[in-house]
Design a protein around this ligand. Structure first.
Ligand code: ATP
Length: 402
């Protein structure tokens, strides 16, 4: 459809970037990234009209987004060349042609396009041998100043390398290391850094990306004063622990990134963790989760280690429940020993199964006015349940009445 519209407007149009890469890799891709030799914004408006959907315009950049849903957007760009005012600054837009548009991209594998106009439909445009690099599993920059121009590409190189099991090409690796050494990454805004970092923490291969960031000495720029090697053993086991906990039906999938974030910070002191949360604008609620995990994990591990007859289940449950669920995969990874892991699983099950059946309604029915006493009674009830002292609802009622 976009091709036909472009034909009718006399524009050339291409699909570019990640979509072309993923199609050539035989993988699904959600991002559609169109490049128009013509007025990209006008074309986006036409698409919006035809599909009756919203179009967000950015005239300053000559770009627009056609928004079909939260998950599906089409980015439309006007073929252009960008000049960087100074390293690590936002791009400034000038004008002109597909070649220049592709040349400003990060890696050869992301710098291919496919023609969408009717008479050339499907033709691959590959000025920089991206297809060959895909074939040989290589991440390669287009020119030697690429990382200096936009240091966020350091993290992107690591992300693509680890996501696809590729290798960063030796010369590119040399430029990357050189840029890291020059400390240019520190000049990237925290917002951009976080955007890329969160992307990494949401990837299935997040742990190997973090490892590579450690190897390539990127870590101090991204997690200041956190020692990678201290947290490495836990990060390594995190994917397996996440899978295990999710198999037990207990994994909150919507905050996967927080699972990694907590594991990265778990060895740090509160001040360091708080600074990093602030740096990345982490919300107050999430920051509290991070801090609760930091404060609770060693006590939880020590209690799980103790022989069960010496620890009240209710005591352990209290410690665990003060920690966010997103810290449980990390706990599991720290436990290491299979027997301890199994004890942890049983504990989570007991906690899950021990929620009292009685609630505030019953207390009200006994004639008590709502107030803090409700919480106290219900907490006490739960503790008794956890320790196995109350089995039936009748037992619970009798306990509450007492
Ligand atoms: P993903 O599959 O992770 O979404 P993607 O390649 O689609 O990967 P986007 O961040 O959506 O990633 O970027 C789309 C395209 O824009 C990339 O393929 C690349 O061509 C270009 N691009 C994105 N970020 C940069 C950058 N920092 N420097 C140069 N080109 C970039």
């Amino acid at each position: 459809q976009a091709g036909q519209i472009a034909d009718s407007m006399g524009y050339k149009i291409y699909a570019a970037g990640g979509l072309v890469r993923d199609v050539l890799l035989g993988q699904e891709s959600l991002d559609v990234d169109l490049v128009v030799e013509g007025d990209g914004i006008r074309l986006a408006q036409e698409l919006g009209k035809i599909y009756d959907v919203r179009v967000r315009q950015h005239p300053k950049f000559g770009t627009a987004e056609v928004v079909f849903s939260d998950e599906f957007k089409i980015d439309v760009a006007t073929a252009r060349v960008e000049f960087y005012a100074y390293p690590a600054a936002l791009p400034q837009v000038e004008s002109s042609t597909l070649h220049q548009d592709l040349y400003r991209r990060d890696f050869t594998i992301n710098a291919m396009a496919v023609a969408l106009n009717e008479n050339s439909f499907g033709t691959l445009i590959d000025f920089f041998d991206g297809r060959e690099d895909l074939q040989y599993h290589t991440v390669r920059v287009l020119h030697n100043l690429s990382f200096i121009e936009d240091p966020i590409r350091i993290l992107r190189a690591i992300r693509f390398e680890q996501r696809y099991g590729f290798k960063i090409e030796p010369q590119t690796l040399k430029y990357l290391k050189e840029t890291v050494r020059r400390g240019v990454l520190a000049r990237v805004s925290n917002e951009r850094l976080w955007e890329e970092l969160k992307h990494i923490l949401l990837e299935p291969e997040a742990n190997s990306m973090l490892r590579r960031m450690g190897e390539l000495a990127v870590w101090p720029d991204v997690f200041p004063r956190v020692n990678y090697w201290e947290v490495e053993p836990v990060l390594k086991d995190l994917p397996q622990s996440m899978r295990q906990i999710s198999d037990w039906g207990m994994m909150p999938l919507n905050s996967r990134w927080l699972v990694y974030f907590i594991a990265v910070l778990h060895w740090s002191d509160t001040g360091v963790a708080r600074n990093i949360c602030e740096k990345y604008g982490i919300s107050k609620r999430q920051t509290e989760k991070v801090l609760a995990a930091l404060q609770g994990w060693s006590r939880a591990v020590a209690l799980i280690w103790k022989a069960p007859q010496y620890v009240k289940v209710s005591h352990l449950a209290k410690v665990l429940l003060q920690m966010p669920r997103e810290s449980y995969p990390m706990l599991l990874a720290i436990l290491e020993d299979e027997k301890l892991k199994e004890r942890f699983r049983q504990l989570l099950n007991i906690i899950e199964d021990s929620k009292p059946k009685t609630n505030g309604k019953y207390i009200k029915h006994l004639g008590y006015r709502p107030g803090p006493v409700y919480r106290e009674v219900l907490d006490a009830l739960w503790r008794e349940r956890l320790d196995g002292n109350l089995r039936t609802e009748e037992d619970e009622h009798a306990f509450v009445r007492d």
